[in-house]
Design a binder for this molecule. Sequence first.
Ligand code: RB5
Length: 149
Amino acid sequence: MSKPIALAADHGGFELKEAVRAHLDEIGVAYKDFGSFDGASCDYPDMAEPACRAVVAGECDKALLFCGTGVGISMSANKIHGIRACCCSDAFSAEYTRRHNDANALCMGGRVVGAGLAIYLVDLFLNTPFEGGRHQRRIDKITDLEQRG
Ligand code: RB5
């Protein structure tokens, strides 16, 4: 059985997370929801951290993260070693961040993209493989940057 997808959102991304969660239910993709569970005001770094740590620990496969713009939660996610998060609102970026960057977190803004587009981007992101080859060398250099601090 494949590992669950990690979900997390602050209040700005809560409704979009809920729409994506309903989609994952519909298509039978397992997930672990790290909140927010009620859309009350909260801080996106606090929401990003447990979801991203679950990915790095190998408990979850990838993370889908939401805030108002997608930006704050992607900045937070990218501070966690081993996370390669992309803030996306277009199909080309969602596809190529998998093909070339082996991204393991997709971040979107609930005040930027509608549910229909978000679901389309999620499907692309989850179903596109990493191409490896010369791109692996570049990923290794990202990891090296992390390790050198
Ligand atoms: C919260 O109001 C908002 O600042 C947050 O969701 C996000 O957009 C930050 O990047």
